[in-house]
Design a protein around this ligand. Structure first.
Ligand code: TTP
Ligand code: MG
Ligand code: MG
Length: 408
């Protein structure tokens, strides 16, 4: 098998970098993200010049038990890091600026950078809000060249070219920088993306493992947590190289057969997990077949209750899975087993039960209701993520919705 080209991309100081886009005056200063709404910058007007000014909170003003989600590289230089208590961070960097965490905005930027990458390389695996794995094995190959006949040097050259294009696309879409590692597998790429942060680009082959990977501490292997690292340390194993050179049988004795064997493989840079692209659902639906066929005339109350319940379940599915949709559809199967469907697309996407019920009710007015009904279903398509839509652009029904046929 030829080597794969797997990239790991991770955004630089992600939450902090997003904040700097709206507060460019803080660029170059130590900034820590992790406050609450009371640390929202105050917008005022300078009484003399009339210019808008913002007042930010100094980290030294913080009291409470909150932790830093992240910090700019300037704050990291003072010793502040993710998950550090803010009071402790304030002792290290009292003059740093503190900003509240705004997950909605970070999620929006997350979707944006991932979409930009997918335009260039569609094989993307989400592995966190600010990071993805990308399979570049077949991306950017010159026509009539297959990855199988490409020389290793040409493959590395192509990896660098494609990764550079991805970094440019991420910057164009978000004005943010990221770091990318490209190696033959996910495990090595996850380590490599960190080697040259921020704004890094590191391409490694299996031959680079001894020089570039082995000197690193064992905890740099994704999956070796602080506890395992401490145990390894106590056994005299500090670096990935120590682990690679350890006797696998001894590791298995110490850590069990699967973990011991895995650690040895990982330290030697071997990992054959593939990049798993999660497919987004196209539609979400709910339907029910009745115990007995129901008549739109005689069983109106029962049908109406079931119809409402289906819409509520569908809205619950959407909210749980984190989608909103624009096309709401209705499916009716009659006692003679014939099916009719109707759908309607609304201008703004929704995940609201009342709104779904209202639109599905309109669809219901367009189906014949002379025959008894055997099955009723509602579905929604045209799905997207609510964070991709400004909240004012979400469709929510007025509390009193228009009555549908079943309610009349
Ligand atoms: P990371 O990618 O680990 O860190 P980062 O992007 O801030 O910095 P780096 O340049 O080193 O990659 O995490 C991504 C975001 O996840 C980070 O900006 C904030 C959030 N986060 C937490 O909320 N808590 C944590 O403990 C960590 C590690 C991250
Ligand atoms: Mg990051
Ligand atoms: Mg990350």
């Amino acid at each position: 098998m030829t080597d794969r080209l797997i990239a790991h991309l991770d955004m630089d100081a992600f939450y902090a970098s997003v904040e700097l886009l709206r507060y460019p005056e803080l660029r170059g200063a130590p900034v820590v993200i992790g406050g609450g709404s009371r640390h929202q910058p105050e917008e005022t007007v300078d009484p003399v010049t009339g210019a808008a000014v913002r007042r930010f909170t100094r980290l030294s003003e913080y009291t409470g038990r909150g932790v830093a989600t992240t910090a700019t590289y300037e704050a990291r230089a003072l010793g502040v890091h993710s998950a550090m208590g803010l009071m402790k961070a304030a002792r290290l960097a009292p003059d740093a600026w503190l900003l509240p965490t705004d997950f909605d905005t970070y999620r929006q930027y997350s979707r944006r950078f991932k979409a930009a990458v997918r335009e260039i390389a569609p094989q993307v695996e989400e592995s966190g809000i600010d990071e993805i794995y990308i399979d570049l094995t077949d991306v950017g190959l010159p026509p009539a060249v297959s990855a199988r006949i490409e020389t290793p040097a040409a493959a590395s050259e192509r990896a660098r070219r494609v990764a550079r294009a991805i970094k440019d696309a991420v910057r164009a879409a978000t004005r943010l920088s990221c770091s990318i590692g490209v190696t033959p597998n996910k495990l090595l790429s996850k380590i490599a993306s960190e080697l040259d942060k921020p704004d890094g680009l590191t391409v490694l082959t299996a031959a680079d493992v001894p020089a570039r990977i082995w000197p690193l501490p064992a905890r740099k292997i994704n999956g070796v947590g602080p506890k395992t690292a401490a145990r390894l340390e106590a056994l005299g194993i500090a670096t990935i190289g120590d682990l690679a050179r350890a006797d696998p049988a001894w590791l298995i004795d110490e850590f069990g057969s699967s973990r011991g064997a895995w650690m040895h493989e990982a330290a030697n840079g071997r990992d054959d997990r593939s990049v798993v692209t999660a497919s987004e659902p196209v539609t979400i639906s709910r339907e029910t077949t009745f115990e007995r066929d129901l008549s739109a005339q005689r069983d109106r109350a029962e049908l109406s209750a079931i119809f409402t319940e289906l819409c509520e379940e569908l809205a619950g599915d959407l909210q749980r899975k984190g989608y909103v949709g624009r096309t709401i559809g209705l499916k009716v199967r009659y006692s003679n087993f014939k099916i009719v469907t109707r759908d309607r697309t609304i201008p703004k996407p929704t995940h609201d039960a009342i709104e779904i019920r209202r639109v599905a009710g309109e669809c219901l007015k367009r189906v014949p209701l002379e025959l008894r009904i055997r099955l009723l279903g509602v579905r929604i398509s045209g799905l997207c993520r609510p964070e991709d839509v400004a909240s004012s652009a979400l469709s929510v029904a007025e509390p009193r919705s228009e009555p549908s046929l079943f309610d009349e």
